[in-house]
Design a protein around this ligand. Sequence first.
Ligand SMILES: *[C@@H]1O[C@H](CO)[C@@H](O)[C@H](O)[C@H]1NC(C)=O
Ligand SMILES: *[C@@H]1O[C@H](CO)[C@@H](O)[C@H](O)[C@H]1NC(C)=O
Ligand SMILES: *[C@@H]1O[C@H](CO)[C@@H](O)[C@H](O)[C@H]1NC(C)=O
Ligand SMILES: *[C@@H]1O[C@H](CO)[C@@H](O)[C@H](O)[C@H]1NC(C)=O
Ligand SMILES: *[C@@H]1O[C@H](CO)[C@@H](O)[C@H](O)[C@H]1NC(C)=O
Length: 749
Amino acid sequence: MFLYPSPTSLIVGLVAICALIACAHGDYLIGVGSYDMTGPAAGVNMMGYGNLEQVTAGIHFRLRARAFVVAEGPQGERFAFVNLDAGMASQLVTIKVLERLKSRYGNLYNEDNVAISGTHTHAGPGGYLQYILYSVTSLGFVPQSFDAIVTAIEMSIVQAHESLKPGSIFINKGDVENAGINRSPSAYLFNPLEERERYPRDVDTEMTLLKFVDGGSGKSIGAFSWFATHGTSMSKDNKLISGDNKGAAARFFEDWFDSTTRNSTASASSSNTSKKAMEIKATGGQPCSKTTSQGFKVRKNKAPFVGGFCQSNVGDVSPNVLGAFCTDTGLACDFNRSSCHGDDRLCVGRGPGLVICWSRYPDEILSTKIIGERQFKKAIDLFTSAQQQITGKIDYRHIYLNFTNLEVELDGKVVKTCPAALGPGFAAGTTDGPGVFGFQQGDTEINEFWKRVRDFLKEPSQYQVDCQEPKAVLLSTGEMFEPYAWAPAILPIQMLRLGKMVILSVPGEFTTMAGRRLREAVKETLISEGNGDFDTETHIVIAGLTNTYSQYVATFEEYKQQRYEAASTLYGPHTLSAYIQEFKKLAKAMAKGEKIIRKGPSPPDLSSVQLKLLLDPFGDSPPPGKNFGDIENDITSPKGGSFRKGDRPSATFWSANPRYDLLTEGTFGVVEMLQAERWVPAYDDDDFCLYFKWKLDNSSLYGLATLEWEVPDEVSAGVYRFRHFGSAKKTTISPTKYFTGASSAFMVS
Ligand SMILES: *[C@@H]1O[C@H](CO)[C@@H](O)[C@H](O)[C@H]1NC(C)=O
Ligand SMILES: *[C@@H]1O[C@H](CO)[C@@H](O)[C@H](O)[C@H]1NC(C)=O
Ligand SMILES: *[C@@H]1O[C@H](CO)[C@@H](O)[C@H](O)[C@H]1NC(C)=O
Ligand SMILES: *[C@@H]1O[C@H](CO)[C@@H](O)[C@H](O)[C@H]1NC(C)=O
Ligand SMILES: *[C@@H]1O[C@H](CO)[C@@H](O)[C@H](O)[C@H]1NC(C)=O
């Protein structure tokens, strides 16, 4: 027996195992991984809404990178897919992750066979993208956000790689009810009637799920699903870090799986588990380590089960399924413009959380929970009933394209894509997060004032103006290079094949119909160019916001209306046609088993020129006479003395800026339960019911951390207290010191 196998012995071992049991039967090597990527929880602008005032001020639940690796055998083809609780993938993140993988594994994982996809939560710290437009509101590049993401992706792939074992993969599909509506239905109606008539809805409701089963134990090790709905259940005013509805679905799925496994093992050994269960819940299955020099870390389990909820053709799909209404009158907004008597800011989408007046959750938290649960419940259905086993080759194709002036053949004519540009509809925002006053979705003209502002920044060339028609050019980002590029020109596209499933990695947000056209074109090509490997049963999924980010892709017809999605379709009216043309080339090469010879121009690495205008915290002290961790506001016990389900006990501590140490894979707070004269952690800041909130006191000099607990339905009666963990530096060059503090005990009945 060896404890620490070397890579070589591991490979030799795997070859032997593989030859004995799995690979002979057409199965795969499978590994999964998951790592905390929660970035700075104070003072950093959130990525998504472009709202300058939306800066982090605590954590609702943690962000994670979740990965799976599949391989045909130790030496065979493989790919890695990573799903991030982030707004989107970033070119610079991808570049740095690939560099780190190269130094660990040589050429095993590279740009061709690694896909990094974002869930599109709008509640994660920003500043990790390299093009100017995407770091305006974060005041430039934020290294701490960036590093947290890069490290988490690397670690999740390392875990997946190191846990590779023979196993089987199953696929299943089904409809998720009421988790998304079209937020630009008027643009959808521009698509041809015959085309629309082929589909029952103006959004895709299908979820595709992969289930991974370990070949040795027969136990499930993970499931990844793809389904399109925006990560905008949390609003543009939210300041708590959150994975939004997809992160919530993943949290619920992994917790459900833990509790199912625990129930089945529990019933086999003993029925005496309730206290143990509490202990395990807090720590994810491992005994939790006590306060260490690194501060408190509740060790999450080393990913026995990973549940990923991935994004798809999400462009025009809103999770605010009650529709958009005017905030002043309560009436429906203008259908074509999504405005209320001309004001775009008054038209706001409503999530399912709104109508439940008796709810104890704020609307947006409840909406996140409900939309998360709808995806989670469908995923359980698909997971438990998955029958169809995947067999066949693993393969991939990847190419970079310069979208500035791609030639596209359309009905015998040659048309071109344009340098990137945004129209006025972009500034109007969407019903999920309205934009700037003075713009409306569908605008094809810009007033004199904004024209002057635009020309001050950069007057678009006449070529650009003509090329982008009917979009009016508000920001010619593809022609703006000062102080460095405002928008990407080079984009990657990628196809990953796992037997009869094909994943299309797209670097943006395709609208519903754009996604359908792409999937269909790829499928037709695979079937017509292939030798029977592909047929009508081949499953094609779009992985949105993958590898880099370039905003939206609307259809040619939707582009005519210039709503938000069209105004944000960067490369002009033929953007989608260009994608379809180039993906068909990849599909043909895959179907015929040909390699891609011309891999296209590499995207730039702009890390050395990034502007960084956001200051790091420069030292914290507690107020005179106090220590970090001291209570500022203790528990206020309710009448009757004890809290009940749904109550929200809270306590506030003197604390330091949470940016000194992100407590990765740890927690800023726990709810502890008294058990046999010991305090045992029961919930941490990754739990949906525990909130960590951070702010400055009235003097703006001292930090305050509040822990607030929504007493959950499944709670055990008993004695509880809050414990806060943090770290501080006196000055930027001081060593980091860790501290902790506890509230008074309180009863829950
Ligand atoms: C596990 O057992 C608990 C207590 O019996 C029950 O409430 C819970 O629903 C079970 N979980 C699953 C997934 O069956
Ligand atoms: C349950 O645990 C208690 C102590 O915690 C022990 O005395 C008792 O025997 C256990 N019951 C069962 C059924 O294992
Ligand atoms: C929306 O615009 C279309 C044409 O672009 C027009 O036919 C339709 O009447 C408009 N609908 C409403 C409700 O204004
Ligand atoms: C993309 O193409 C444009 C137009 O040909 C060219 O000016 C630009 O340099 C190219 N961009 C890169 C990064 O190669
Ligand atoms: C802070 O200001 C608020 C409102 O101005 C006031 O109610 C509160 O008492 C102040 N708190 C402290 C600690 O001074």
